[in-house]
Design a protein around this ligand. Sequence first.
Ligand SMILES: NC(=O)c1ccc[n+]([C@@H]2O[C@H](COP(=O)([O-])OP(=O)(O)OC[C@H]3O[C@@H](n4cnc5c(N)ncnc54)[C@H](OP(=O)(O)O)[C@@H]3O)[C@@H](O)[C@H]2O)c1
Length: 335
Amino acid sequence: MSDSTSTTPPEKMKALVGGRGKDWVLDDVTVPEPGTGEVLVRNRAASTNNADLPMLAEADPTNGGHGKEFVAGFEYAGEIAAVGDNAGEWSVGDLVMGSVPSAFAEYVVADHRFVQPRPTDLDPAVACALPTGLLTEHGALTTAGFTSGQSVLSTGATSGIGLIGVQMAKALGASTVIATTRSAAKQELLKSVGADIVIVTGDEDLTETVLSVTDGRGVDVVLDHVAGQTFADSLPATAEDGHVVNIGRLAGPQSTIDLDALSYRHLNVHGVSFGFTRDWEMADIIAGLLPEVIPAVTRGEIRPKIDQTLPVTDFLLVAERLRSGDAQGKVVMTF
Ligand SMILES: NC(=O)c1ccc[n+]([C@@H]2O[C@H](COP(=O)([O-])OP(=O)(O)OC[C@H]3O[C@@H](n4cnc5c(N)ncnc54)[C@H](OP(=O)(O)O)[C@@H]3O)[C@@H](O)[C@H]2O)c1
């Protein structure tokens, strides 16, 4: 698990700074020091998230933004470069990945409990696109009380985290994974990551199709990334005593639901937002990945979809790609 290329951290590092204008600026900033309970990671690659552009726009002082400078980014992969006091079992050189603010930088400081081990053969440029998806989808499955042999419906399954969730559900023994997309052209993508049945919303009725492929019973667990009408339609497609977990609101936060569907089926509805999870809960969520999920990653059963990988010096192209809305999967920057 160690990488012998680790060296003493320098004083300055390259980082993408927001809050100065419309775009990030690649600048020299001070390398952070790990405090008590923290580790310093030499970051080799960082992946974009759908929060990156909104954060940049909100901070843009040339367009009414707050103008507070920040190092951008959330997901990283590299190796431990320094270990603070009381920072668990980590050692310099351990291969890691994780999700933490200020990840678009050559060095990242993280709470040692939030760092995920990176399998030896997993390139940082691939690993960096996994952590948020892993913790979110596994956290949602855990919230739903998912167990091997249950059926899962993932809505908005072509989303970055949704694709990871489909693979994870299969790797953890789901009997059937049903995945939705609005686009017929993306059916093959969902099949390729292991979806047993793909529903193209708009062409097919979500509720009717799920009930028909589950012999009228409905699925045990819904991982909903879409909200809106899709969330409403997933309720009567859920088995009695089943669990519906809202993860994302791709179609907007409002949903008008039929409470009869909820009540008659004794459904359990949950909302998760791991960006707002309290530290002690997050430590459990990350630790929960170790027994089954990280081994499935090691076996190659869970991989992120990556649109393209560029050096961080091409950050303007990265922002342009994100703004285009054409990216199919994560855009990765290498350091
Ligand atoms: N709860 C948490 O802790 C947590 C953590 C991370 C992300 N999230 C949320 O989870 C969602 C997915 O995140 P992501 O970064 O993985 O997303 P993403 O990759 O940007 O999602 C892209 C996909 O979203 C689908 N989509 C876009 N607009 C849609 C709409 N109006 N209706 C239905 N589908 C739509 C598209 O699927 P098709 O074209 O195939 O339909 C597209 O493939 C987001 O809402 C995000 O905020 C939540």
